[in-house]
Design a protein around this ligand. Structure first.
Ligand code: BGC
Length: 724
């Protein structure tokens, strides 16, 4: 879009130094420092912690700078501002786009009331590697879910229009392939083929751009040997030229400075010139200001490129309505969660919880003697990776249980702590477990082990928690394990002995209440895994949408793709030696993507398809085939089913994934009722990016497709479709 008249006039009126000022954001300085920066012409600042401080900065920008341009106020509003929602990985587990959009709306309303106008969220890095701590901030291993949830968040943040008093500008991050760091180590090299880039890592960004995301953040990693902050091909050729992205490309914190240790820039001036030249619009960290102005003079930076970048920044300020009114009403700042906000995040936390297994121990049936143990029993560490220091605190599960189970005798004994090696509390827990009717074990990893710079090489429960669980199992008393985590964990050493296990993630402000809702059966644990739980840390990266290889492991001598796909069989059943497997580990993950059940039970009818043959031209003209399935709630309680549709492209010009999710829907079904769930499949679902020629082309190849529909990967029924 060409700049508006107002923006054009401002660009023309700005000096070279003022233009460079517009193209920077500086990291969390004090209010005093921020005022100095704004006086000096900086275009964006981090949120100075209150609406009053924002207004003070805007006043400096408007009244004390030559052209009076207001500042953008940025902040990582990732899963909440004052009210904290479940972490994004948990939000993906809800398989509920509307809910994710609502959570982003809530975060936007709270943040904008405080003067924030720009968030660095959503994170839409597809990742198949749970060693990487940042999987907590994204939507898991699947391309389609990540794209869908990314769209939902962008819509939630942006609302009806950016100028509204409850909207903030979204940033899709981190562009691109940051979720595939070698060895799972944060910031590490990502080397991805064009095929994988197009079909996996770029796809959610394409969706976010299509949805209108205001900004895209460059990632720290290299792709093709080029650090993304200097990757002209991806930032400019693909993102801006091919996709027509007209928003802001913002750098990550000191990502431009980092071009020096990456060894593609000789010094800071070189780094800054490389980055702006590659298509970066806003540098994060203040590198340009640290340079002698002559280093960035007009003969050393392309003036047209600079004007383009400035135009993008000013256009966002205009869309946010800042030129008309840069101030926020201070009396309206929302500093505490409202009752509705608490209710929403509580619902979200319950909806995100995944019931990994249950032998009928859950929901609890009014037990009398209850032992509450594990490091999460008395902890309030439920907020997760992007905890804002100013966020409303969460409560503890022990306190919540105390209030909600007045009839029970509750005994609380955590037994072990998260990280230390002290197991001396375990015997006491064992003795207490012998006296109890039920043991509730609240285990997991603390928030500090998740998020940025929090890669782990061992995905088992940290500290002595596994020992605690095995000791409890040894008592014979029934028990339930609730796992709070920011990533898939390896649970192989104890899961078979646990009667019931729930993954509650880091559930936010109302996590404790939501967990108790689930334990007591007041809410359904109806989430589904957005990322596979591996059997062993040595098995990652692992994901369901893998290619079959030329030598898939065979089961009993016959190729059984479904079993191969999801690993229902152990090495004993796999007879062929020269096949793709580990000699010492069962095939497939412990729990596959999409796994999870609830207290209600469902039966699916046979799926139907509106046509078994369709012509390619008909699809390309916009037609769809419709696949339908009837779902019956066979239990006596209302419940939510997540119907998942996976595509299998039987023969293609490139090795296709064994299955890939192309549609899903979450539906609440009353006891005994039957609902029909239908999905439309067209070119977007049947096609893929072909990289045979540059630029890549989106193609649907004629041939046979199977559409597998069901409640999880290993429980699907298929219909066939021929594209001619
Ligand atoms: C992270 C980004 C974040 C930025 C600003 C960086 O370290 O990688 O995701 O938006 O900091 O806080």
């Amino acid at each position: 879009m060409p700049p508006s008249r107002r923006v054009r006039a401002l660009i023309d009126g700005l000096s070279w130094a003022e233009k460079l000022g517009q193209l920077q954001i500086v990291f969390r300085p004090s209010l005093h420092e921020a005022k100095q920066l704004v006086r000096g012409g900086i275009g964006s600042v981090f949120w100075p912690r209150s609406s009053a401080a924002v207004n003070a900065l805007q006043r400096v920008a408007v009244e004390e700078t030559r052209l009076g341009i207001p500042v953008l106020v940025g902040l990582d509003v990732v899963h909440g501002h004052r009210t904290t929602a479940p972490i994004p990985l948990a939000q993906a587990a809800t398989f509920d786009r509307d809910l994710v959009r609502e959570l982003a709306r809530l975060a936007a309303a709270e943040a904008r009331s405080a003067g924030v106008t720009w968030t660095f969220s959503p994170m839409i890095d597809v990742s198949r590697d749970p060693r990487w701590g940042r999987v907590a901030e994204g939507f898991g291993e699947d391309v389609y879910i990540t794209a869908e949830m990314g769209r939902a968040m962008v819509r939630g943040y942006h609302g009806e229009e950016l100028a509204a008093s409850d909207a903030i500008a979204a940033t899709a991050k981190h562009f691109v392939a940051y979720g595939q760091p070698e060895g799972g180590r944060d910031y590490n090299t990502a080397d991805a083929s064009e095929h994988r880039l197009r079909n996996v890592h770029l796809e959610p960004f394409r969706a976010a751009v299509e949805t209108g995301a205001a900004a895209v953040m460059a990632s720290f990693n290299t792709v093709d040997g080029r650090p993304m902050h200097a990757n002209r091909r991806l930032l400019t050729d693909v993102l801006k030229s091919e996709w027509g992205f007209d928003g802001i490309v913002v750098g990550d914190a000191d990502g431009v400075r980092n071009l020096i240790p990456h060894r593609v820039a000789a010094d800071l001036a070189d780094a800054v010139r490389l980055a702006y030249g590659a298509g970066l619009d806003v540098e994060m960290g203040g590198a340009p200001s640290d340079l002698n102005p002559s280093e960035l003079a007009p003969d050393r930076l392309d003036p047209a490129r600079l004007d383009d970048a400035v135009g993008r920044v000013l256009a966002l300020k205009e869309a946010l309505g800042l030129f008309d009114d840069p101030y926020v009403p201070e009396a309206d700042e929302r500093t505490e969660p409202t009752h509705e906000a608490r209710r929403l995040v509580r619902t979200a936390a319950a909806r995100s919880a995944v019931l990994l297994k249950n032998d009928g121990t859950l929901p609890l049936r009014r037990p009398r003697r209850v032992l509450v143990t594990g490091p999460y029993a008395e902890s309030a560490d439920h907020l997760g990776a992007w905890t804002q220091s100013f966020a409303a605190p969460a409560g503890s599960i022990a306190d919540e249980l105390g209030e909600r189970m007045p009839q029970a005798e509750l005994r609380v004994a955590p037994g072990v702590r998260f990280l230390d090696d002290d197991a001396s509390g375990i015997p006491l827990v064992v003795a207490a477990a012998r006296e109890a009717d039920i043991v509730l074990v609240f285990a997991g990893e603390p928030s500090s082990l998740t998020g940025e710079a929090a890669s782990r090489s061992d995905l088992r429960l940290p500290g002595r928690q596994e020992e605690l669980i095995r000791a409890i199992a040894g008592t014979g008393t029934p028990f339930v394990v609730v796992l709070e985590t920011g990533r898939p964990l390896v649970v192989a050493d104890w899961i078979d002995r646990a009667p019931a296990v729930i993954v509650a993630w880091h559930g936010g402000t109302e996590a404790a209440a939501a967990i108790v809702d689930i334990l007591l059966g007041d809410a359904e644990p109806s989430g589904r895994l957005p990322m596979s739980f591996p059997r062993s840390s040595a098995q990652v990266p692992i994901h369901y949408a893998h290619e079959l290889t030329g030598r898939p492991a065979t089961v009993g001598g016959t190729l059984d793709e479904t079993s191969v796909d999801i690993g229902l069989h152990g090495p004993d059943n796999v007879h062929e030696k020269y096949t793709s497997k580990y000699l010492d580990l069962e095939l497939g993950p412990q729990f596959a993507f999409g796994h999870g059940s609830g207290y209600a039970t469902f039966v699916h009818g046979a799926p139907r398809i509106s046509a078994d043959t369709v012509r390619l031209e008909t699809l390309e003209a916009g037609a769809h085939v419709v696949v339908e399935v009837e779902v019956t709630n066979t239990s006596s309680r209302p419940g939510d089913e997540v119907v998942q549709a996976y595509l299998e492209d039987v023969v293609a010009s490139v090795a296709p994934p064994v299955r890939r999710l192309v549609a899903f829907e979450r539906r609440t079904v009353e006891p005994g009722a039957t609902v029909t769930v239908s999905f439309e499949l067209g070119t977007a679902e049947l096609g893929f990016w072909s990289t045979d020629s540059a630029p890549a082309r989106f193609v649907v190849e004629p041939g046979l497709f199977r559409i597998h529909i069901g409640s999880r990967l290993e429980r699907t029924q298929a219909v066939e479709l021929v594209v001619r």
